[in-house]
Design a protein around this ligand. Sequence first.
Ligand code: SAM
Length: 328
Amino acid sequence: MLDLFGASSFRSVTLALEIGLFETIADVDRPLTAEDLADRLDAHPDGIAVFCNFLVSEGYLEAVGDRYRLTGMTEKWLLAESETNMGPWLTYWNDLVFPFWEQELETAIREGEPSQSIYEWFDEDPDRWETAQEGFRATASLLVDDVVDSMTVPAGQSRLLDVGGGHGLYAMELCRRHPKLSATVFDYPGAIDAMEDDIPDELAGRLGTRTGDYWTDDLGEGYDMALLFNVVHAHSPAENTALFERVRDALAPGGRIVVLDQWEGSGRTPVSRAGLRFVALTYHTTLGANVYEHDEVSSWLQAAGFTGIQRQSVGPISGMAIVEATKQ
Ligand SMILES: C[S@@+](CC[C@H](N)C(=O)[O-])C[C@H]1O[C@@H](n2cnc3c(N)ncnc32)[C@H](O)[C@@H]1O
């Protein structure tokens, strides 16, 4: 029964985001009746009333007499103006990941992988890349300060390569904090097209992009640091070793690689373990890949010629940690 409530709640909250229900209440800045909301949202008052009553029971709205206002949870997590707005992440799941599950879950289970990767599917419609990058950016914005605080950045003039850097948020924050750092965000053309307008003017001279496929296209050379954030979960162990070798070749001697991901075996509670299993099923369905153990990433790094491997947990998300190592 709880699963049914969960599914209805997810569908309702993503529809509320789509029709602008929460933003409408926030803009007016006072509780609104179902009639007020129906007027503003071009909806039926009876429909809005049942919808809002359900959202009250799920904790997204509060009833004040016959009016509705936002809860603190909604203000914190689902308003565009909030620094912790996770709305784009829910929209990403609703508009892209679950439709892709519907198409590929059974194939991935029967055949061991989907018939195409979710990235190939994004390429069929540039709007999908926009929605995906907004979702990735939303989760990254929760982690970025912690991650950047935990990293050792080479002193002096240095060059950073963000492999599969997508929205570029991590590279941007690193450049902001380290004025002598310059960065290149490497990703598929669809991903770079979706982020290029977001590069702030203050960083325009130091943050560049490079489009391509990191398996076949040139990554460049002489970098002092390379990020592989939320990338290894998309590949098999053999592919990850090969990718680390490609990144090693793009680094200067003594250059550092930093890998960020969620690692299996690190969930301490039943909820966090369930979270990791959920993520593993998603990676399997969307990419034919998995959540890996920290020991596995260490062995790939060693095989690719990296030493001094160190791991540090980061952020509030279960099992998330950075693993850093140095090119021999
Ligand atoms: C899950 S997102 C992570 C984005 C960002 N690094 C982060 O941590 O938020 C993975 C990124 O890797 C990119 N990617 C996957 N395979 C790639 C490939 N073969 N070549 C270039 N980019 C790739 C995707 O386009 C996507 O932007």
